[in-house]
Design a protein around this ligand. Structure first.
Ligand SMILES: Cc1cc2nc3c(=O)[nH]c(=O)nc-3n(C[C@H](O)[C@H](O)[C@H](O)COP(=O)(O)OP(=O)(O)OC[C@H]3O[C@@H](n4cnc5c(N)ncnc54)[C@H](O)[C@@H]3O)c2cc1C
Length: 343
C-alpha cells in the first residue's frame, strides 16, 4: 500500500481549492478525481465575490477564467422587477478548475480514477489507507456515507449556453415566478461572449415541468447539462477519519443554490486544520474543532439560507407577499454590499 497521510476524493472546486491551500502550506496529499478533465459538473458559473469577510479573489489568487464582474441583478416576479446589488464574478469554470489544479501541484492529482468503495479506512481499488480522508466528492458523496453522515435534500438544475438573449449584458437576471418554475428559479447570466442560462427547482416534479417550458423557449441551446445540488442545511462534516467539504456536506447557500464561495471558504478552513494535524503527525485529530470553526465562520449563515428558502417557498405561498418579502431582502443585501465593499 502507498503511504499517503491525506487523500482528497473529488476534484471539483472544493477539492481543488483544498489542493491549492495544502500546496501553499507544503503538505503532501493525493487527490483522486474520477473524470479525466475538469468542469464535468454543470454550473451557472456565477461566483458570489464577497461573503463572510472572505473575498473570492483572495481565495483564488488568480484572474484566470474571470470573464466579468457584475454588480446588478434584476429579479423578475409576477409583480415587477426588483433590483439588487451584489458582486458576482462570472467565471469560465473549466479554466478556473484547471488553474486551481495548477496551483495544487504540490501534491499528486490523479485524474480519471474513481474511488469505488471505502471499507475499514481503505480506499478501493487504490488500496490506500490514509490517516485523513477528505470527502470533496459532491452531492452523492461516498466519503459522507463512509463517515456515517446522512444525505442532504437535493434539488435539480440544468444549464446551457445561448448567444441570443436580448437582455442587458451588464446584469444578472433571475426569473422567480411560479408559472416559470415552482420552488426554484430560472437564470440568465451574461458571460464574455455568451450567456449561461438555466433553471432549477428543489422539487423534481416542478423541475421537470419548468425545464420543458424553458427548453422550448430557449431552443437555440445546443446542449443542456443537468445535475443535483444540495438544498439543505449543512450536514455534519466529519465522521471516522474523514472530513467533508463542499457539496458533500451541503456547503451551499440553499436559498440561491450558490456553493462555489462557501466550498472555497471551508476548503481554506480545512487546510488550516490539516496543517495543525500534520504538525502532530495526524494523531489525536479533533474534528469537532473543525466543525465548530466552519459553522462559526459560515455554517450558521448557510443554515439561515436554508430556513429563508423554506419560509419563502413553503410558508409564503402568495406570490405578491413573496415579491414584497424579496424586495425587503434585496434592499438589505444591497445595503450590506454597499457598506462592506465601500461603494
Ligand atoms: C446547474 C447548476 C448550476 C449551479 N450554479 C451555480 C452558480 O452559478 N454559482 C454557485 O456558486 N454555485 C452554483 N451551483 C452549485 C455549485 O456548482 C456547487 O455547489 C459546487 O460546484 C460544489 O463543488 P464541489 O467541489 O463540492 O462538488 P463537485 O463540483 O460536484 O465536485 C465533486 C467532484 O468529485 C468527483 N467525484 C465524485 N465521486 C467520486 C469518486 N468516488 N471518486 C473520484 N472522484 C469522485 C466528481 O467527478 C466531481 O468532479 C450550481 C449547481 C448546479 C447543478
Amino acid at each position: 500500500m502507498d503511504d499517503y497521510d491525506v487523500v482528497i476524493v473529488g476534484g471539483g472546486v472544493a477539492g481543488l481549492t483544498l489542493a491549492k491551500f495544502l500546496t501553499e502550506k507544503g503538505i503532501p496529499f493525493l487527490l483522486i478525481e474520477e473524470h479525466d478533465d475538469f468542469f464535468r459538473k454543470p454550473c451557472g458559473e456565477g461566483v458570489i465575490r464577497h461573503t463572510m469577510g472572505y473575498d473570492f479573489y483572495d481565495l483564488y489568487e488568480s484572474k484566470a477564467g474571470v470573464e466579468k464582474e457584475i454588480w446588478n441583478t434584476a429579479i423578475y416576479t409576477r409583480y415587477g422587477e426588483i433590483e439588487m446589488e451584489m458582486p458576482i464574478v462570472m467565471m469560465d469554470k473549466r479554466r478556473m478548475e484547471e488553474e486551481l489544479a495548477k496551483k495544487g501541484k504540490g501534491g499528486e492529482i490523479k485524474m480519471g480514477e474513481r474511488v469505488e468503495k471505502i471499507e475499514n479506512g481503505i480506499l478501493h481499488p487504490q488500496q490506500l489507507k490514509p490517516r485523513l480522508i477528505v470527502g470533496a466528492d459532491g452531492a452523492f458523496s461516498m466519503v459522507r456515507e463512509y463517515a456515517g453522515v446522512k444525505k442532504p435534500i437535493l434539488g435539480m438544475a440544468v444549464e446551457g449556453y445561448s448567444q441570443n438573449i436580448e437582455m442587458d449584458e451588464e446584469k444578472c437576471h433571475i426569473i422567480l415566478r411560479d408559472d416559470v418554475v415552482k420552488y426554484g428559479y430560472a437564470w440568465y447570466f451574461p458571460k464574455k461572449e455568451k450567456w449561461n442560462i438555466g433553471i432549477g427547482s428543489q422539487k423534481k416534479k416542478y423541475f421537470k415541468e419548468g425545464f420543458e417550458k424553458f427548453k422550448e423557449k430557449n431552443e437555440e441551446v445546443k446542449e443542456w447539462r443537468g445535475a443535483f445540488v444540495p438544498l439543505d442545511k449543512p450536514t455534519r462534516a466529519y465522521g471516522k477519519n474523514a472530513i467533508l467539504i463542499g457539496d458533500a456536506a451541503s456547503h451551499v447557500f440553499s436559498a440561491i443554490g450558490a456553493g462555489i464561495t462557501p466550498s472555497m471558504i471551508i476548503a481554506k478552513i480545512a487546510s488550516d486544520f490539516i496543517e495543525k494535524w500534520a504538525k502532530k503527525d495526524f494523531r489525536d485529530m479533533d474534528f469537532s474543532l473543525f466543525e465548530k470553526e466552519w459553522r462559526r465562520v459560515i455554517g450558521k449563515y448557510l443554515t439561515y439560507s436554508y430556513y429563508t428558502k423554506s419560509i419563502f417557498f413553503s410558508v409564503v405561498r402568495n406570490e405578491y407577499l413573496r415579491h414584497k418579502l424579496l424586495a425587503r431582502m434585496c434592499k438589505s443585501t444591497t445595503e450590506y454590499y454597499r457598506r462592506v465593499m465601500k461603494r
